[in-house]
Ligand binder design. Structure first.
Ligand SMILES: Nc1ncnc2c1ncn2[C@@H]1O[C@H](COP(=O)(O)OP(=O)(O)OP(=O)(O)O)[C@@H](O)[C@H]1O
Length: 177
């Protein structure tokens, strides 16, 4: 199916700034922000609650089934800490946000993350787990890594993604199914 609007994944370790980026980008572009955490919860795409990690145990098949009628039509920003489950055919750009570990520590600490979960997320950021996952799941040319250390990074990143969207629309205008 050809799309008149692109689909973008904004991914990265919890606390890097995915929600902040997605909200600003959605406001500026009219693309629809899909918080996958919220969808998992609201649409019951899970096998229960993990009390230790304080998070839902996601049922990926149910999640994909639930997104299948919307996302392929285009115009969505997918906000999640994982990306490799989404079919490549759905996705036009994958943005992996990165943050200095000291800043990430402060942000997660402020949220009262359980210590084990906090350490695992810091390790994951240092080992660039999400970047590797994106590179393994998608063509290198659609994966970009952006810094999210300061508020000015957020504004600059969103401007850059907006410019990318405009170019994508020009390149894809007039294409039919
Ligand atoms: N570029 C940035 N500069 C400074 N603070 C930031 C930046 N990005 C996010 N923050 C702050 O860090 C905290 C976490 O941001 P946010 O909720 O957007 O992260 P997230 O990646 O969506 O996390 P989660 O995966 O848990 O939903 C918030 O308090 C936010 O204001």
């Amino acid at each position: 199916m050809s799309r008149t609007q692109p689909n973008i994944i904004i991914t990265g370790t919890p606390g890097v700034g995915k929600t902040s980026h997605c909200e600003l980008l959605a406001t500026n572009t009219g693309l629809k922000h899909l918080s996958i955490n919220q969808i998992v919860k609201d649409r019951g795409c899970h096998d229960g609650w993990d009390a230790e990690y304080k998070s839902w145990i996601v049922d990926e098949d149910k999640l994909l089934d639930s997104l299948e009628a919307e996302v392929p039509t285009g115009g969505y920003i997918l906000d999640w800490h994982a990306c490799d489950l989404f079919p490549e055919s759905w996705i036009d750009l994958v943005v992996v946000l990165r943050t200095e570990s000291t800043k990430l520590y402060d942000r997660l600490k402020a949220r009262n993350y359980p210590e084990k979960k906090l350490q695992e997320n810091l390790d994951s950021e240092i080992m660039q787990v999400l970047l590797e996952e994106a590179r393994e799941g998608f063509d290198a040319e659609i994966v970009v890594q952006l810094r999210s250390d300061e508020v000015s990074d957020l504004e600059g990143n969103v401007e850059r993604i907006e410019a990318w969207i405009e170019n994508w629309k020009k390149d894809n205008s007039g294409k039919e199914d």
